[in-house]
Unconditional design. Sequence first.
Length: 281
Amino acid sequence: MKLGVFLMPQHPRTDDPLRRFRECLEQTRLARDAGFDTHRHDTYAIGVTDVGVQAFDYRGVAEISTPGNAVVLHPDEPHDGRAGTPDGFGYRIVYVAPACIHEAARAIRGRPCALPFVREPVTVNQTLACTIEATFRLDPEPLAIDGLILSLAEALLEADRSCGSGTPPTRLDGSALARARQFLDAETTRVIRSSELEEVTGLTRYDLARQFRSAFGTSPYRYSLMRRLDCARAQLRRSRSLADVALAAGFADQAHLSRMFKYAFGVTPARYRALEANRTP
């Protein structure tokens, strides 16, 4: 299985990152063929091996990755790819633009810094592996993508010893964070774009994601999602159809609402409505 997601810089006036996110989702169940000839990406390629043995040549060394290992390939580094055994291999991979990692690293360190370089391309790195796995459960909304890139940058900085420990800055912009939370509390009927919060707060999306998590214990995406689900939950007590409730809370359709509602509350919207009706005297 090969799954690929491309995360590139957002340009809200000229492009739609969500459309690009969906269009770049690829899937191949199992690679048993000759694999990939030597090539290179202009992005980071960060993946996790799921099944089989993943083999590739990288920086003059023949590398092997087995299930659970994280793989980090740096921008513009030639490499190939093949199955290490006749049984084939499967993996999931995320392609992230260096500009995104650079901006997130600056927010984490509190100053401009070099791009992280992980010298060992194959590692047992639970942080990276878990982040990649989370990518494929990601609801591809702008604020969710911001949080993902921040997590990847944190993991890459930790894996690059040359970056040092670099204690993250502790200063929080309380007024900006209050404006962000007030904005998210008020906008519960739609998906919020990163550029909107940047305008409201005066912070970059990665500064905001880091500070918001420090101040409120969750990401701007999760906070916004829960406020929209609260809005949906309130409307479920009325007689509106589930499809109308979904659209009114900014979800793509009823299935989207049901998936996110059950993930948050452990029951489907229909089941929640029935339980609420039974509680009514």
